[in-house]
Design a protein around this ligand. Structure first.
Ligand code: GLN
Length: 194
């Protein structure tokens, strides 16, 4: 028996690592680049990369509004880093004119883009993560942080008092990149939500 069918948005970013992590977490993982592929999945991972470039490509591939509609319809999703930015309901420091990152509104939260990046470009650390029994090793690369969460949003992890992992219903987001470590527990948490 195969697990849930999970798509990885494959327009830009670290797609391959998420596909591997999802398979190891028990899902059937496929790439999503077109509408028919989006329609075929039970849930979607939005990878890290560049949120303005990803927005631009979502528009070019005519996926932005269909994706917004699937999320409004309750599709489970997991966004890491740039993916967290896109899943927000509000983005601070969204980007340069004309190619701004557009929020998809999957989670009621305000995310500041490149927030840690203004202090230090990338760093790693071990974080307590709600729902995971021992600390998760987290890799941050020009990462965002969450500045506001709505009432129905659960905070899963913090780094230096900043919120870096959240869940609202079946939508999960992390400011860091669990796909880059060998640890599959965050992906497993998402696959188990499906
Ligand atoms: N800073 C990037 C952005 O704004 C995100 C970085 C990442 O995904 N590693 O999209």
């Amino acid at each position: 028996m195969s697990g849930p069918r999970v798509g990885v948005l494959a327009l830009q970013g670290d797609t391959r690592e998420h596909l591997a992590a999802l398979r190891e977490a028990g899902a059937e993982a496929v790439t999503v680049r077109r509408l028919s592929e989006l329609d075929s999945v039970d849930g979607l991972v939005i990878p890290g990369g560049e949120s303005t470039a990803m927005t631009h490509l979502l528009q070019a591939f005519e996926l932005l509004e269909p994706l917004r509609a699937r999320l409004a319809d309750g599709m489970p999703a997991y966004g890491s880093c740039a993916g967290m930015i896109l899943l927000a309901s509000e983005i601070l420091d969204a980007g340069t004119a004309g190619r701004e990152a557009l929020p998809l509104g999957g989670i009621d939260m305000t995310v500041r883009r490149n927030a840690f990046g203004r202090q230090v470009d990338s760093f790693e650390g071990d974080l307590d993560f709600s729902g995971v029994d021992t600390p998760v090793h987290a890799v941050f690369i020009r990462a965002p942080w969450v500045e506001r969460v709505g009432e129905s949003v659960e905070v899963l992890a913090r780094a230096d008092d900043h919120i870096v992992a959240v869940r609202q219903g079946k939508v999960l987001a992390t400011a860091f990149h669990p796909e880059m470590t060998g640890d599959r527990r965050v992906h497993k948490l998402f696959v188990d939500l499906l």
